[in-house]
Write a protein that binds this ligand. Structure first.
Ligand SMILES: [Zn+2]
Length: 888
């Protein structure tokens, strides 16, 4: 493939610059030198373009050396000295691989084995995108924040930037006297030096470089109530909340509820929060969130949610905050040895974060949201180009691609499946034992499975667990009742969508649970399939009832449905739990995409599920239909499908009511409000229901002066209705709002709505915002995604991307580049696919990303082409027939 070749050419170029026997370590550094402690002094003034630093690293050399390999990315390093046996030896620093930042220090004499201290001074520019140490201005004030994971500590100080090297950090930050400074531990001392202040922090417990953190500027710091003592912690845990100047009052909800989440996590782990304090820091352009030990940085939209956030804001807050705090154990206290085991961080934080958040806010449907994300990740896991959860990494360029939905969402689903199979208590015993064995150290997947085996036993189950961690793909199960309906024949194969080039043959040790749908509480029967086929004896014939081949909905697999089995499961839909209904919806979509189920059965499934008591299950197929809508080539078919979508979901929305005014549904449960929000999005943005859109659009017009007039859960969709029906003035006012507001939720809602602008010249103005320096990556991608999803704006927006690709990529941090590619999710023809490859392949390779995320995206487009070429006619016929029936 062209992409792969290009990637290797770049690698060769970098290698050729040094002698062949002195190869640059492109992945892990040699074992011969080990850092034991850092003393780090950084002068950080965000008003300046650059920062500077002095780094002292205690080293242990296993063997004599003339060269020390380390990391440094874009640093201007001067004064390199190694102190060994009381002597000072000068060294020469050179960054020899400049895409991922590999450097060497050469000495003119041989350094003896043993202890030594390496001292380097350096300066570097602040980053503009949220990576390394970046700066940003808000309302005329400047701030600096850090984002060092995975390999950007090397943009801030020279060092051994690998997760296995955990050492204490003794950090001093010299800052302007107007600024406050936050780092991982509490402050020890502040010393004034003319206009500047030296902030010295308590030496940290052992940390990897990627967890070191800084926030500097005229910050608002809100002291929360310390987290009270718990059964496992005998001192109060100081809790603070940090935001840009004037924003502190919006931290009220976070300040009130974060302690509850800490306590729930301590209870799960049976151990105290591992660091001396906890700060939650809101950065205006961070994009995502980062679990730095004791100093977690969040994009401000997660934290600045005021005192009375909407159910959606609370639900996102709970999920993200619990995820990041869970990392203080999974990742921070026990760190993976290398990035091949990132799943030990992210799968666990995602799984436990959603579990804790669900307990914190029961009734919000968090569990369904997590399961929906896992099911969605199956589409990625079904690609031929892919990776298992545990993947070998030989090169720094492969690292960023592992922060994907396989690691996060498949990982969370696989853990949930084995937790369910082993039982919650046994699974937790294994987790606790693993953490107890490696506190403040690092561990591998083998260590984790050893702890699981010692605590939970059940070798066959752990073997099955490993078969999911070590191999990619989604199992596809078919379940056929025997003629006398007293047993079920199961078969497994790898799930393959239409057009897939995956070779068959992969098998899992697969836990399958089934039950009859005759009642809501029919008992489930489980089997651990260790081959391609298995039989479950149901005891007695099950009669006319349907069967649920994924009882409990927790199995990480899809099941094959034909028209008969789908209809029979849908007949008893009220007997399905939320998770089961969601799994059924997913398998309906998956069976359609695999060419097993006709399109009209997807429509039938959507109609049958829309009234299910679980809100995520009720709208799941609706969102599948919206995606198909955007991928259809024929405009008339698209319009007809939009009317069908409207016909299914608008009556449900009307039953719930759709007044977009704030407070109209204050008495509703969170679940009802969240269901209304999803229904409204489908009905307005895709169904284009004229009555609902009209109501929303006129409500939107009145709100620009005060966005709080609108219900916060409906505001983004109301504004989207406003820009589509509204005039240029409304559109311009919303753009101004987006750029100028300090309210993170208003920014997110405005970005969503502006992504839906269709008319020129407003659409061109909106595209110009994609390079606006004040916007962080998150609103930029919201706008871009909306504009590229919509067939009405796709071509013009794609032309813009081609012309501005360099600037667009340069403004996003590396970890956002795979997310950028997902903006092309609705592309569905060969010319678009080739254009995506031409535009992104050379640029992403140059930016240091390996081929996997782009190759996946190209395969997604190819699969869409295959799906449409074999089903577009049947979709057309099905929606036409629906019209005829309705006319009659
Ligand atoms: Zn995480």
């Amino acid at each position: 493939m062209r992409l792969v070749r290009l990637f290797f050419i770049l690698v060769l170029v970098s290698f050729s610059s040094v002698a062949a026997n002195d190869a640059i370590p492109m992945g892990r550094l040699p074992d011969s030198v080990e850092p034991r402690a850092y003393r780090l002094t950084l002068a950080i003034d965000p008003r300046q373009a650059e920062f500077s630093g002095a780094t002292e690293i205690d080293l242990s050399l296993r063997e004599p050396a003339r060269v020390i390999w380390l990391h440094g990315h874009g640093l201007r390093v001067s004064d390199v000295v190694l102190v060994t046996s009381g002597r000072r030896v000068k060294g020469r620093y050179a960054e020899v691989e400049t895409v991922s930042g590999v450097a060497r220090v050469d000495f003119d004499e041989e350094i003896a084995a043993g202890r030594a201290v390496l001292r380097l001074t350096h300066a570097a520019p602040f980053e503009k995108a949220p990576q390394g140490l970046y700066r940003t201005d808000v309302a005329g004030e400047w701030y600096a924040f850090s984002q060092l994971e995975p390999i950007d500590a090397r943009r801030v100080f020279p060092g051994f930037d690998e997760p296995r090297f955990k050492t204490p950090f003794d950090v001093t930050v010299v800052a302007d006297r107007r600024d406050k400074v936050v780092s991982n531990t509490p402050l020890v001392s502040k010393t004034s030096e003319r206009d500047r202040v030296r902030h010295r922090f308590v030496v940290t417990p052992p940390l990897p470089t990627y967890l070191v953190a800084f926030a500097v500027g005229p910050l608002d710091i809100v002291h929360g109530r310390p987290v009270p003592l718990s059964g496992v912690r005998r001192r109060l845990l100081p809790l603070r909340f940090v935001a840009s100047k004037g924003q502190g009052k919006k931290l009220a909800f976070a300040a009130r509820h974060t302690g509850e989440i800490v306590l729930r996590l301590e209870e799960y782990f049976g151990s105290a929060f591992p660091y001396p304090k906890l700060d939650l820091i809101a950065s205006p352009i961070h994009g995502l969130a980062m679990e730095n030990a004791g100093a977690i940085v969040f994009d401000d939209r997660y934290l600045l949610i005021g005192a009375r956030p909407s159910p959606e804001q609370q639900s996102i807050f709970g999920g993200v905050v619990a995820h990041e705090i869970a990392h203080q154990w999974f990742g921070d206290l026990v760190t993976p040895v290398w990035w091949d085991d990132l799943w030990l961080n992210e799968s666990f934080a995602q799984w436990l974060g959603s579990k804790i958040s669900d307990r914190w806010r029961p009734g919000f449907g968090t569990r369904g949201d997590q399961l929906a994300a896992t099911l969605k990740a199956m589409d990625t896991d079904a690609l031929r180009v892919g990776r298992p959860m545990h993947q070998r990494i030989d090169d720094n360029r492969q690292i960023i691609g592992t922060f994907d939905e396989i690691t996060y969402q498949k990982g969370a689903g696989v853990l949930a499946m084995f937790e369910s199979y082993l039982g919650e208590a046994r699974f937790r015993r294994g987790v606790r034992l693993h953490l107890r064995r490696h506190p403040h150290g690092s561990a591998t997947a083998d260590d984790f499975f050893a702890a699981m085996a010692d605590a939970a036993g059940e070798a066959p189950v752990l073997g099955a667990f490993r078969s999911f961690v070590d191999q990619p793909g989604v199992p596809f199960v078919s379940a056929v009742l025997s003629d006398d309906r007293s047993s079920l024949m199961l078969r497994q194969e790898r799930y393959r969508p239409l057009g897939s080039a995956i070779a068959p043959g992969l098998l899992w040790d697969l836990p399958v649970c089934v039950r009859a749908l005759s009642s809501a509480d029919a008992p489930r029967q489980c089997v651990l399939m260790t081959g391609a086929a298995a039989r479950i004896d149901l005891g007695a014939p099950v009669g006319e009832t349907g069967m649920m081949p994924n009882a409990g909905g927790e199995g990480y697999y899809r099941f094959a449905l034909d028209a008969t089995s789908a209809r029979s499961a849908l007949r008893d839909v009220a007997n399905l739990t939320g998770a089961e209904a969601l799994a059924l919806a997913d398998s309906i979509g998956a069976s359609f995409a695999a060419g097993r189920l006709p399109f009209e059965e997807v429509l039938h499934g959507a109609s049958a599920l829309v009234s299910h008591q679980d809100r995520t299950a009720a709208t799941r197929l609706g969102f599948l239909l919206t995606a198909l809508h955007d991928q259809l080539r024929d405009a008339e078919t698209r319009e007809r499908l939009a009317r069908r979508i409207d016909g299914i979901y608008a009556p449900a929305l009307r039953a719930f009511g759709y007044i977009p005014k704030a407070g109209a549904y204050a008495g509703d449960t969170a679940d009802r409000q969240l269901r209304r929000d999803s229904l409204a999005e489908i009905v307005v943005v895709w169904g284009r229901d004229s009555e609902v859109t009209g109501t929303f659009a006129s409500a939107a017009q009145a709100t620009l002066g005060n966005p709080e007039i609108l219900d916060r859960g409906l505001r983004a969709v109301a504004w989207a209705a406003g820009v589509r029906n509204g005039d240029a003035t409304f559109c311009r006012a919303l753009q101004k709002q987006l750029v100028e507001t300090a309210d993170a939720q208003v920014r997110a809602d405005a970005a969503y709505a502006l992504g839906r602008v269709e008319q020129e010249p407003a659409a061109s103005d909106v595209r110009a915002l994609l390079l606006h320096p004040r916007l962080g990556p998150s609103p930029v991608l919201r706008i871009l995604r909306g504009q590229l999803e919509n067939p009405a704006t796709r071509a013009s927006t794609w032309n813009w991307v081609r012309e501005n690709a360099d600037a667009l990529i340069a403004r996003l941090p590396a970890y956002y580049q795979p997310i950028l590619l997902r903006a092309a999710d609705r592309f569905c023809d060969a010319a678009e696919r080739d254009a995506v490859e031409t535009v992104f392949a050379p640029r992403l390779a140059k930016a240091g990303m390996d081929a996997l995320p782009l190759e996946r995206q190209l395969e997604r487009i190819s699969l869409c082409i295959a799906l449409m070429s074999s089903t577009e006619n049947t979709i057309k016929a099905a929606v036409e027939e629906g019209e005829t029936k309705r006319v009659r």
